[in-house]
Design a protein around this ligand. Structure first.
Ligand SMILES: O=C(O)C(=O)C[C@H](CCCc1ccccc1)C(=O)O
Ligand SMILES: [Zn+2]
Length: 326
């Protein structure tokens, strides 16, 4: 059979030290797909019609129909788009934002993309809102909302919070991070390689302190890991998969993921469906890895708020465990 983009031999950029198994890929109508979602496991659902009404979206169509609203476009000098929370920048005076961003019309973004003289990488990331033109609104209304809301109800997720439109230049990378929402990630155009890691890989991925602008992001540079600072990174185990048009990837809350738009397949267009966490009913023991991450976050927040001076945190936390729990 013709070699498929997903064949491991094609451009699989294996990171040293990172061991991966394939993310399961199941047909949309295969009941096992929804079983995996119910058990909080990632799965790539193929031939989904979740955003079937947007499969004709491409740069020209979006240019013609998105209207003249402004879109947030990030710029990076090295192709990596490590998210940072602007509200936390004051907490770290030495912080150097790794990307810049400006608002521009989609038309301006598309013409920048087409210009080959780009020395920088650019990445449009914008929640879909009501400034879009009537055709896009029609396409948006045409999403298979029954499927989305069926997952939300059946898995007792919280409400849908946003649909993020992502248009990335070939080669852009979103470095490893986790989100605190459930996510149905729909791929419309182009190919993205996902690396996914269970929340129990927390100790291999060394997230920034919670008050840092890069909260929820891994401190480890996958391209050049510092194993002296982050020794457990060499034990990292996870999953890998390539999503293409018509695929939907379920990214369970607290699962780490790194995303890259494949180099030689043009720009990528994706749309996320983020749902708030399920309200915690009765806590069942033993706690799962995601719950432990949530507890660690709450403890870190409490210590940071109480000490009021982040410089005191390392000593305070070391004192608490050194020679007592270590
Ligand atoms: O869908 C997800 O969760 C991803 O990480 C997809 C990722 C872009 C996410 C951008 C972002 C990350 C954190 C906060 C707000 C925006 C990609 O596809 O490159
Ligand atoms: Zn994410």
């Amino acid at each position: 059979m013709a070699s498929d983009i997903r064949d491991p031999i094609q451009g699989s950029k294996n990171y040293k030290h990172v061991t991966t198994a394939p993310i399961p890929r199941l047909e949309y109508k295969d009941p096992r797909a929804e079983e995996l979602i119910q058990s909080g496991q990632p799965v790539i659902i193929t031939d989904s019609d979740l955003v079937g009404s947007a499969y004709h979206w491409n740069l020209d169509y979006l240019c013609a129909n998105l209207g003249n609203g402004l879109y947030t476009v990030y710029t990076s000098g090295n192709g990596k788009f490590k998210y940072y929370d602007e509200k936390k920048v004051p907490n770290v005076p030495s912080f150097q934002p790794p990307t810049s961003h400006t608002d521009m019309t989609f038309q301006d973004f598309a013409s920048k993309l087409k210009r080959k003289d780009n020395s920088d990488w650019i990445y449009l990331q914008q929640p879909l809102n009501d400034t879009v033109g009537p055709r896009i609104e029609l396409d948006f209304k045409g999403f298979n909302w029954d499927f989305a809301y069926r997952q939300m109800k059946r898995n007792r997720w919280g409400p849908l919070t946003s649909n993020l439109l992502l248009v990335g230049m070939a080669g852009v990378v979103t470095p490893a991070h986790y989100d605190e929402q459930e996510n149905l990630f729909a791929q419309i155009q182009g190919y993205k390689r996902f690396l996914l890691f269970h929340p129990d890989q927390f100790e291999c991925l060394y997230p920034y302190p919670i008050f840092h602008p890069h909260d929820r992001q891994s401190q480890v540079d996958f391209d050049d890991p510092d194993l002296k600072k982050f020794p457990q990174f060499s034990k990292l185990k996870g999953y890998e998969g390539i999503v293409g048009p018509k695929d939907v990837l379920y990214i369970p809350m607290y699962w780490w993921h790194q995303v890259e738009s494949l180099e030689d397949h043009g720009e990528t267009i994706s749309c996320t469906f983020w749902f708030k966490a399920a309200p915690t009913e009765k806590v069942v023991y033993p706690l799962n890895a995601g719950q432990k991450v949530a507890i660690m976050r709450n403890i870190e927040k409490m210590i940071a708020d109480t000490l009021k001076d982040n410089k005191n945190m390392p000593h305070f936390m070391r004192t608490m465990v050194q020679g007592r729990y270590s």
